[in-house]
Design a protein around this ligand. Sequence first.
Ligand SMILES: *Cc1c(COP(=O)(O)O)cnc(C)c1O
Length: 239
Amino acid sequence: MSVTLDEDGGSDQALADRLSAVRSAVADALRAASRDADEVTTIVVTKFHPESLVRRLHALGVRDFGENRHQEAEAKASATSDLELRWHFVGQLQGNKAKRVRRYASVVHSVDRISLVDALSAGSPDSEHKSLECFIQINLTQDPHRGGAIGDDVERVAERILAAPELTLRGVMAVAPLDEEPRAAFARVAAISERVRSIAPEATSISAGMSSDFREAILEGATHLRIGTAITGNRPTAG
Ligand SMILES: *Cc1c(COP(=O)(O)O)cnc(C)c1O
């Protein structure tokens, strides 16, 4: 799989080639895991890339997009509101931004504390507002300052989401730590997912796997991949 260093996704052909290379690598991993081809959703993370890249990816059939900063996500979602897209918020989220994130995001992958559950469920604008899909982010590192719930907090956050009528618990999300074999890290995520399913049987989704480790994530049961650079090429600025 070749990744060009072009700042805005490269030529249309290069972008299409990277997307199809990722799609076939995903299909290979699913076959290796004896899983069905439709069991995985690939979210393309477009952070730091312009709206034009979202439009080019949409033209190639992509409908699920991920962003990790509220301001950028809000601007891009608004600039592409003529397209039918699903925005996935995947970054750390401050409670005071929660209400605004709800306006454009279909899914939040980074719900990691009770106060954020309350902020996301407070004062939903109107009853027609669609239920917000939530993943509980798990912190797999030893560093408590990293995003993500640890230990019993996972179950506490799950119960709070289940009690909020405006929210739907989809499952768990994690980023593999840099100092751990990804497969081992994702096996831990699978075990935590089982714990969550014991109190929320419908919460079967697992958001795991990025450009460098999506194969390992698929082998450990990931259902939602968050892939940036392997599809978009390098980001214009570090991120
Ligand atoms: C940026 C980001 C990704 C995508 O990372 P790549 O390595 O570019 O695939 C996935 N998940 C989160 C939470 C991110 O912030």
